[in-house]
Design a protein around this ligand. Structure first.
Ligand code: PMV
Length: 326
């Protein structure tokens, strides 16, 4: 007997970085998913195999036994291990052993929330295997715990979208509000392939703000206004306006020092190929950019990004959060 569950990736549409200073941000779950297969074992060990990370091994009696990937395997598999342990504990089946297999079509370490999606899918698969119906809040909390191992103090955007799906407005002191967006948001995501550290980029903005408080505070306030205008544009289904707002948001991010030459190259290529707007998404530095397009321009824009050395894929927002596949 085995159970397969999946959960979606996310992208930030507006407001990254500025959200750290209390302004609102908009993020959406997208139709790229991580899949976890869970199976019971005869013993109480936890075996985890991640095809995409190329690592596997067994957690038993507080020790890790690598199978593939050597010592690094433990660090890479620990968030999933945390998700399994927490789920077993919520189900009051701490002594149950499970085999976990992960496969995902979400690019890793690109700011798309792949680790949170894996954790949410794992919690869903393991609980279903044990015939326990966890609430979405419990799954979110489990994925958040796993994220804490990866990011220290995560905002919670990744695990909440992996769990609930949809489009969310997020603000530090107000939490998450689900946005009802009737229109599609056709996007091309372009990955520069350059790894970056979210923490370092957040620090970079903080330092720039310390040196130039007036200028950067103005940027932060303006970014908040752009995000709120984007909420209105989404409600109206006005993609043209949404694209313009993305371009302005990108300028503000560049002024905050988190864009980069490879990101700018992909952003300009996308706009030139007919995108309605384009910006970096997530922490910046490297990682991914997004381009908003009318459906008939999607392929053209994806090709333009690839021609500039990016890895492109077409994405659409999804309302489907974590779910059982079989
Ligand atoms: O690239 P990501 O998904 O790690 O996004 C980072 C978003 C920031 O606003 C830069 C940081 C944060 O915690 O909100």
């Amino acid at each position: 007997m085995f159970v397969v569950a999946s959960a979606p990736a996310k992208i930030i549409l507006f407001g990254e970085h500025f959200v750290v200073y209390g302004e609102p941000a908009i993020a959406t779950a997208i139709n790229k998913r991580a899949q976890t297969t869970a199976q019971k074992r005869q013993d109480n060990r936890i075996y985890i195999n991640s095809f995409d990370l190329g690592v596997s091994g067994t957690f038993a009696e507080n020790r890790f036994h690598p199978e593939k990937g050597g010592k690094k395997a433990q660090t890479k598999l620990e968030p999933t291990h945390i998700a399994v342990q927490r789920t077993l504990s919520l189900c009051r089946k701490e002594q149950t052993g499970v085999n976990i297999t992960i496969s995902s079509n979400i690019p890793v370490a690109a700011g798309l929330g792949s680790s949170a999606a894996v954790a949410a899918a794992t919690a869903k698969a393991v609980s279903k295997l044990l015939d326990v119906q966890l609430t979405l809040e419990e799954i979110y909390q489990t994925a958040y715990e796993a994220e804490r191992y990866v990011h220290g103090t995560p905002s919670g955007i990744d695990p909440i979208l992996a769990t609930y799906g949809g489009v969310l407005l997020y603000q530090k002191d107000k939490g998450f509000t689900k946005l009802t967006v009737k229109t599609d948001i056709p996007l091309v995501v372009g990955d520069t392939g350059i790894k970056r550290s979210t923490g370092k980029l957040v620090t970079k903005v903080r330092q720039l703000r310390q040196k130039n408080p007036e200028t950067i505070n103005k940027l932060i306030t303006n970014a908040g206004k752009i995000t709120l205008r984007a909420v209105e544009a989404m409600k109206k289904g006005d993609l043209q306006e949404l694209g313009e707002l993305m371009n302005i948001n990108q300028k503000l991010l560049a002024e905050a020092g988190v864009s980069s030459e490879p990101l700018e190259r992909l952003i300009h290529a996308a706009r030139k190929a007919g995108a309605l707007g384009a910006k970096l998404t997530g922490a910046g530095g490297g990682g991914c950019m997004i381009a908003l397009c009318t459906p008939k321009k999607l392929i053209q824009v994806a090709e333009a990004i690839e021609n500039q050395g990016g890895k492109a894929f077409i994405a659409e927002k999804t309302d489907e959060g974590v779910k059982i596949e079989t």
